[in-house]
Design a protein around this ligand. Sequence first.
Ligand SMILES: CC(C)(COP(=O)(O)OP(=O)(O)OC[C@H]1O[C@@H](n2cnc3c(N)ncnc32)[C@H](O)[C@@H]1OP(=O)(O)O)[C@@H](O)C(=O)NCCC(=O)NCCS
Length: 189
Amino acid sequence: MQPTIETPRLIIRELLPEDKDGIFEMDSDPEVHRYIHQSPIKTMQEAVDAITFIRQQYADNGIGRWAVLDKTTNEFLGWTGFKLMTDAANGHINHYDFGYRLKRSAWGKGIASESGIASLEYGLKTLRLNPIFAMTDVGNVVSRHILEKLGFRFVEVFNYDGPLAWGTPPDRLVTWYELPSERHQTPTQ
Ligand SMILES: CC(C)(COP(=O)(O)OP(=O)(O)OC[C@H]1O[C@@H](n2cnc3c(N)ncnc32)[C@H](O)[C@@H]1OP(=O)(O)O)[C@@H](O)C(=O)NCCC(=O)NCCS
């Protein structure tokens, strides 16, 4: 079962079939895909398939990205959270990838930060996920800034040669971030 997490402005919960309109608005926008290099989707069926894909990860891996909604209006804003990486990335496998994606109308309001802090906290303290890494295109300065604000440490730039499911073609330079080991410790440890 996936969690429901509340922040001052947001609800974070499992992705549901009813989120398809929001996913379509987000993932059909070329600007959203600028640094993730997936082709924008063109049909509602692709939005439905994206939700099915993530819900299958809940069943198979116990975790997958979570929906971010406006607490007041219930509007779908995007997704945040973790994906168990079962394909190797930068020499690592079976780790938790942390990421976020929002529809464009939600940008620039601190939503990725607010949802990211809360989901990361939940992943660390409640789910005790370990290890957690993140990766983003070298040019995605906003995403890199958020990762660093959330406590991720830049490790290196690498040439991503993984599967296209994450989105980056083989010739793209990608930054690799780790969550320092001290973030995995509770105050009593
Ligand atoms: C990346 C994304 C999630 C950011 O969402 P957001 O809600 O606008 O981000 P926030 O408002 O929480 O934070 C943005 C931060 O970047 C900072 N920022 C904005 N422009 C910047 C720039 N050019 N250089 C450096 N930092 C910048 C902001 O000041 C803010 O930092 P602060 O809170 O310390 O002031 C959103 O733009 C998005 O969905 N993009 C498309 C998908 C994507 O690239 N996902 C990440 C792939 S790994």
